[in-house]
Design a binder for this molecule. Sequence first.
Ligand code: COA
Length: 404
Amino acid sequence: MSAIGIDDIELATTHHVVRLEDFAEANGTDPDKFRLGLGQDEFSVPAPDEDIVTMAAAAAAPIVERCGTEGLRTLIVATESGTDQSKAAGMAVHRLLGLPSRMRVVEMKEACYSATAALQAAVGIVTRSPDQRVLVIAADVARYELDSPGEPTQGAGAVAMLVTAEPRLLEIEPLSGLNSADVDDFWRPNDSTTAIVDGALSVTAYLDALTGAWTDLQEQGGPAIDEIDRILYHQPFTKMAKKAQLHLAGLTGVELDDRIVASPADSAGEGPAGEGPRDTGLATSTLYNRRLGNSYTASLYAGLCSLLDHDEDLAGKRIGLFSYGSGSVGEFLTGRVVPGYERHGRVQAVTEALDARVPLSMTDYRALHAAELPSSEDHTTPRVSTGEFRFAGIRGRARLYERA
Ligand code: COA
């Protein structure tokens, strides 16, 4: 059977950013609470004419341009920031990108986990029909109430992945560890634009799911800890990945490097192999998320981009990925990095996109957060974002999108 996995990957984010230094000053909080306590420096904020559709299209457009649409018969958008109760956000993405009509398009949801379900569904489709390719896009806007503990962990981003046979990036291995439990740690009722969260419970539910998924992976005959070279975690804030790393070290009895750092330069210069705790890429995989904030379903895969873009040559190395979605589902899957994978193409584009975000003053940020677009009235959004795709407004209760 041929190898199946991620052939290409791209990351996109929003027009605006909030710097947690400004946020801390406005709130009279010690900035170290965010920098060290949560491991976050900034968070992305959508302009009024951006949403998950515009980010999803922006992430997928370069992949479609590079790889074409031959054999592309499925688009799955994974999100917990759905724009409609019925119509999949992917329908608008499908039109914006000019994808073929002979396709299925669907949306998946289970908090921050669903991108992994989408990835596994894509692997299943390609296993059955290796000449087909599947576009998986994880896109989310993380929104908590103003002045709530979750507020500094907001963010937004989208990661698009092309799943194919004989992939050029990451071969997904067949075994994975699973864990599900009905927990009310985080949810967003139909009438709310912000998530409701029991922060402390969400942290313990995450770690419990890690225990369950890791134990299941071992029971399924999956790789032992010393057979996994790099480990990625879902990152609602990067300190959570550090907590997960320490938890996994406790579960396995292996000392794992739990340092998270603020810049790529700080992640370089590891000590010689064999000395000290094992480096599993925690520092390199958390660099983008420190600046994006939480991107819910996209967060784990933004971590994958960060790892591939900042770590040493990982050709042939095995990566473990722990995916968590509140509610709750955990999955620990593994993949092998394909020798000859593209290493340097993305880092400049992602860094430029992060640097180009326009900072919001606290007054403007709070006004933007409070503004809710009524879906019951015709509305034209102000032209603020400068990207290729924009949310133009609402007409007859339907959402309108444009490509520049
Ligand atoms: N300097 C350095 N660290 C500081 C600090 C300072 N001045 N002030 C506080 N901290 C540390 C705390 O010690 C704590 O560290 P710890 O987690 O290692 O114990 C950390 O900052 C967080 O502070 P704390 O006051 O405990 O929590 P909080 O009220 O900021 O809430 C969350 C944190 C994660 C619960 C909150 O952001 C939240 O609800 N987030 C959304 C839900 C979520 O992301 N859940 C994750 C699982 S999905």
